[in-house]
Design a protein around this ligand. Sequence first.
Ligand code: GDP
Ligand code: CA
Length: 308
Amino acid sequence: MNVTVLSGGVGGARFLRGLLAVVDADNVAIVGNVADDIEVLGLHVSPDLDSILYALAGLADEERGWGRADETWNALASAAAFGGESWFRLGDRDIGLHLVRAQALREGATLSEATARLVRAAGLGCRLLPASDDPIRTFVETPAGTFPFQTWFVARGHRDEVDAVHYAGAPEARAARGVLAALDESDLVVIAPSNPYVSIGPILAVDEIRLALEQRRVPCIAVSPLVGGRAVKGPADRMLARLAGGTTPAHVASCYRGLIDALVIDEADAPAELQGGVRAVVTRTLMRDEHARRRLAHVVLDAAGTHA
Ligand code: GDP
Ligand code: CA
């Protein structure tokens, strides 16, 4: 069974660890968000692709929730001492990856080629595909002004309420090489429990990808990132409340109108009445350990079976 997963960073990565524990890596393609990519100290950083890579390679810092385990911060401290920017935190080990990617990009590789090399070097068997090789960047409109995603998220600690989200570059962006083929060869498409607005939204803003999902002949199943109407981490619940009008499963499903056949929700959010023939699949969705991650992956695969 070939599975393609649309994914943001940390929430998506948690789900992917479970999926890859129960499905052969050869059969898994991941389409990752690139709209929170940022240039820091001359290095192209792809936070969501890197979160996935680190999680799947067993390198992630699970306590901090982002970046690499056993991290040190000497390079950034030195950069700051020389007057460099240091608000976007990059650890020493993390910088090693960014150096390799920066060189590849400077030598003419596309982001997808550079990512494929990193994935191979990390010993991963799955495909990790940026949604696009063209630049897409998220901007958020807030009462305090419009900010690039990382300025709002990191520098301002995502404390401003969000009135609107824009994906600059998305209208012109093509799907990266391999993305449409992966979707075409899939028996199942999964939308990971990622932030619908700032992780999945920018992927779906690529016309070719949205169209492929609208015209799918296989099931597409989303997993809700909310448990009991609350985000496990981050601003997804506040964004849903303000932008969709609430945090019920119906509000989550409204972000994926016409694109999904089922929404996997937590027991704490059941029962749910969903529009457009979307089925609610109720289970425990908190992925607190290996067992919980595998269980959730199995539930999603079983739900696909009943939709095939
Ligand atoms: P980011 O790009 O690193 O912010 O990560 P994502 O967008 O992929 O994931 C963020 C979302 O993951 C948040 O909205 C969380 O609520 C959700 N999330 C994190 N852990 C879990 C979990 O164990 N279960 C579920 N259902 N959602 C989770
Ligand atoms: Ca992200």
